[in-house]
Design a protein around this ligand. Structure first.
Ligand code: TYM
Length: 326
């Protein structure tokens, strides 16, 4: 059976970009594959956090993952920090990746340009991400477009490790969604929708109420041309609205453009489609959020299942490198 792995950071609440770009793909894969999904809380520590912040965000994120339809009977959902295997393999991979390769990563350049404090962890982040993936003998990694560079580096690291130390890791493939791989900020359509945007006016949070969603779409930045066309270079704002509507309704954005002459009705329809999609998920989230202890119990069961796979791969990697048996 195909093995799938993906991860998401517990940094604030999740948004429409996370859902359309990655999480929505995770749901059918639970039935079609042997799927492992991690809340990558160690990755969230690369940027300084207040005490308790990561723990709260981890619980809320797990509640969202169950609310959108991950079924702990059908897949393995766990928190990365529950398993020491991730850190242990990360070290072996840090010693496999080069300084130059890490320095070329767009996410590092982007975040370190903006950060007051640039941690060593922010720099070595891609080695930990590679460890997450390689520990599970992963065939496929469903993610949004912004993860493509880290996944290419993961493949490079796996191939280099295999050639230095003998066959150890499966070299994984990246799986992007057909639509929604890059959802842009509604206020700054040249930047991706993100949890770390300066204002939340351009970000649709999964928990946003209908009136807020309608307002954010109404105020979405477009252009002064007043013609509806899908053209991501010259019309990023309008194309983003078409892309979102297309991803939600599973239609082609270029075809949808033919239905509109003005921006107003397109904004209303995009907002309505998102509201209708989110309503049942929000209702399930509210039920699940009432019992945080249950959620932590499910994560603990997931971590035990994950360990049975991760421990075997780590042992193989240690032995192939030539470390003392434990
Ligand atoms: P993170 O937590 O930033 O995002 C989680 C997932 O959401 C996708 N995504 C988007 N997709 C479309 N449009 C957007 N605007 C958008 N914003 C986010 C991301 O592509 C991602 O799939 N480094 C990873 C976490 C990670 C990971 C892993 C992922 C750690 N280890 C192993 C896969 C496998 C990250 O920061 O994702």
């Amino acid at each position: 059976m195909t093995r799938v792995f993906s991860g998401i950071q517990p940094t604030g609440d999740i948004h429409l970009g996370n859902y359309l770009g990655a999480l929505r793909q995770w749901i059918p894969l639970q039935q079609e594959a042997d799927a492992f999904y991690a809340i990558v809380d160690l990755h969230a520590l690369t940027v300084p956090k207040a005490p308790g912040e990561v723990l709260d965000a981890t619980t809320r994120l797990a509640q969202w993952l169950f609310a959108i339809g991950l079924d702990p009977q059908a897949c393995t959902v766990f928190a990365q920090s529950a398993l020491s295997e991730h850190n242990e393999l990360a070290w072996l991979l840090e010693c496999t990746v080069s300084f130059g390769e890490l320095r070329r990563m767009g996410q590092f350049k982007d975040k370190s340009d903006r950060a007051e404090f640039i941690s060593g962890g922010l720099f070595t982040y891609p080695a930990l991400q590679a460890a997450d993936i390689l520990l599970y003998d992963t065939d496929q990694v469903p993610v949004g477009e912004d993860q493509r560079q880290h996944l290419e580096l993961t493949r490079t690291i796996a191939e280099r490790f295999n050639s230095r130390h003998g066959e150890t890791f499966v070299v994984p493939e990246t799986v992007l969604p057909i639509a929604g791989a890059r959802v842009m900020d509604l206020q700054h359509p040249d930047s991706k929708m993100s949890k770390s945007a300066d204002t939340d006016a351009g970000t649709i949070m999964m928990s946003d109420q209908p009136a807020i969603i309608a307002k954010k779409f109404k105020r979405a930045v477009t252009d002064s041309e007043n013609s509806v066309r899908f053209d991501q270079i010259n019309k990023p704002g309008v194309s983003n609205l078409l892309g979102i509507l297309g991803a939600v309704t599973e239609r082609d954005p270029e075809t949808i453009a033919d239905d509109y002459e003005q921006y107003g009705p397109l904004k209303v329809d995009a907002a309505d489609a998102v509201i209708a999609m989110l309503e049942p998920l929000q209702a399930r989230y509210n039920d699940i959020a009432a019992d945080p202890a249950e959620c932590r119990r499910l994560l603990a069961i997931g971590a035990e299942k994950a360990r049975t796979v991760a421990a075997v791969t780590l042992e193989r990697a240690r032995s192939n490198v030539g470390l003392l048996p434990r």
